[in-house]
Write a new protein. Sequence first.
Length: 79
Amino acid sequence: MTAQLHTTHIPLPEIPGRNEVASTVTAVRGALPSREQLLFYSGLTAAAALSVIEWPVAAAIGIGAAVVQRNARQGDESA
C-alpha cells in the first residue's frame, strides 16, 4: 500500500508595485482631514463624550463645519 500526496495550487495575488503604493498613499492623504481639522473634530467628540455638549449638537456642528469646508474648497478650485 502506498500513500499518495495531492497538492493544490493556490494562486497568490500580485504584490503592488511602488507606483501603485505611492498613488494609493497620495489618495488616502488627500482624503484625510488636516491636523487642524482633526484636532477640531477630536475636541468636538471629546466634548460630546464628556457631556459638555449633547451629541446631536456636536453632530450638527461637525456636519456644518464639514459642509462649510467642502464648499470653501470647491470655491477655491473653481476660481
